[in-house]
Write a protein that binds this ligand. Structure first.
Ligand SMILES: CC(C)(COP(=O)(O)OP(=O)(O)OC[C@H]1O[C@@H](n2cnc3c(N)ncnc32)[C@H](O)[C@@H]1OP(=O)(O)O)[C@@H](O)C(=O)NCCC(=O)NCCS
Length: 209
């Protein structure tokens, strides 16, 4: 049985082990997780982080959300390969969407590697739609990010099971709408305030490159 609970500072070490394995090219640093967790669990928190813990107390997955001014961003979501296909990614995403609804967000954005089909399928099942690209978003590889958006996360949750397994909602047929052309670069704009941490890291790497 796998339980979801709030991520705490003592989870950073096991989460980092998974992070480095699952995101070998652009893993977050310990400092990024510390910084993200610093903005949780207070009255004006803008971050919500969850870990999935197995029966032996091992971290099997984790996910994080940022919510600012009615808009949410999926900061990260990852599942230990040993649990892929078990529905854990779905459970974590449901958890993030519930937090977005609680934070009164009307939309949820995320960036995903253009070559990450598995994650894109997960997002599409919940109704996320492509809205554009961020070129050279993931460094150092220079892989593009597909930007996806979900409007009205409460509606997406309506089809999701509230049972312990939190099964997937009814699959939405893939939308034929092609993504719009390249979005403005993730450069210093008002949007920077709500950019996710992976984007900030990518920018930092760009600067140093
Ligand atoms: C993307 C990721 C989070 C998905 O996690 P997951 O636990 O495999 O996700 P789920 O099990 O909920 O869904 C994956 C597939 O398993 C299927 N599935 C879920 N529960 C199932 C079950 N009980 N029996 C059979 N199949 C099941 C789903 O339908 C889904 O199928 P699809 O890919 O054909 O749509 C995971 O692959 C991962 O951590 N990847 C590396 C990190 C990453 O890329 N993160 C995303 C960054 S944007």
């Amino acid at each position: 049985m796998i339980l979801l609970r709030a991520m705490r500072w003592w989870d950073i070490a096991p989460v980092l082990e998974l992070e480095r394995r699952l995101f070998p090219e652009d893993a977050w640093s310990p400092g990024m997780f510390w910084s993200e967790l610093a903005d949780t669990r207070h009255p004006r928190a803008t971050r919500w982080y969850t870990v999935a813990e197995d029966a032996d107390g091992r971290v099997a997955g984790y996910a994080g959300l940022m919510a600012v001014a009615g808009e949410a961003d999926v900061q990260t979501i990852a599942v230990d390969e040993r649990h892929w296909g078990s529905g854990l990614g779905t459970r974590l995403l449901i958890r993030l969407l519930r937090q977005a609804v609680e934070a009164e967000c009307e939309g949820v954005l995320l960036e995903v590697r253009v070559d990450n089909d598995r994650a894109q399928r997960l997002y599409r099942r919940f109704g996320f739609e492509p809205v554009g690209f961020r070129r050279n978003y993931y460094q150092p590889s220079g892989t593009d990010a597909l930007v996806m958006r979900l409007d009205h996360p409460a509606d997406a949750l309506a089809g999701a099971s509230a049972g312990p397994a939190e099964a997937a909602p009814e699959a939405d047929p893939p939308k034929p709408t092609p993504p719009k052309p390249t979005l403005p670069p993730a450069a210093p704009t008002p949007r920077a305030e709500t950019m996710n941490a992976r984007a900030l890291q990518a920018r930092a790497l760009n600067v140093g490159a």
